[in-house]
Design a protein around this ligand. Structure first.
Ligand SMILES: [Mg+2]
Ligand SMILES: [Zn+2]
Length: 191
């Protein structure tokens, strides 16, 4: 064993809307009361917690740039999400990363760019090649690829209800977050 650096940590990245909570086509979750966890989502996060795989939320929230909510509103919604996860299943996320910018801002964080994932990797010492991104949109797949995340799982609880219309490469397609997590654990734990 000549390795001197600390072993790096695999992680699971989750998009928020359509993955953890109900997706509102053409709209944004603008208030804490407007956020509704998908069935089984909290239990799926708890399964990752039990496996000691850190969970990160990676989410675009352009509604802030559009003036539909404030940055403080977004943080209150994040608090509500974390409270719902805890109360539903004793589940928790390590950290949430949100891009509040507009598509026209050309920031480094907004998906399909990998900026938020790379920031999480820097801040938490994550090994992206052995990590998994679970998302519901094309831009999730593109951001995961841009950052070098080892696997992308499409979950069919958000923008796409079937995989036929999904144009990006996937490593797995899951009906629910629970199914996606099961796949991630089989693929990653002990690997
Ligand atoms: Mg989404
Ligand atoms: Zn941004």
């Amino acid at each position: 064993m000549t390795e001197t650096s600390a072993p790096r940590q695999s992680a699971v990245f989750l998009d928020r809307d359509g993955v953890l909570n109900v997706y509102l086509p053409g709209d944004y979750v603008r208030t804490p009361g407007g956020l509704h966890l998908l069935p089984g989502a909290a239990q799926a996060v708890r399964a990752l917690n039990n496996a000691h795989l850190p969970v990160f939320i990676i989410s675009n929230q352009q509604g802030v740039a559009k003036g539909l909510m404030t940055g403080a509103d977004l943080l209150h919604i994040d608090d509500a999400l974390k409270r719902n996860l805890a109360e539903s299943a004793g589940a928790y996320v390590e950290q949430s990363y949100y891009c509040p910018h507009a598509a026209s801002d050309d920031c480094p964080c907004r998906k399909p760019k990998g900026g938020m994932i790379l920031q999480a990797a820097r801040e938490h010492g994550l090994d992206l090649a052995t990590s998994v991104f679970i998302g519901d949109t094309e831009t999730d797949a593109q951001a995961a690829r841009d950052a070098g995340v080892g696997a992308f799982v499409l979950v069919l609880t958000g923008k796409h209800q079937n995989a036929a219309s999904f144009p990006e490469a996937t490593d797995h397609i899951a009906e629910t977050l629970g199914d996606a997590v099961e796949w991630a654990l089989l693929r990653r734990v002990g690997a």
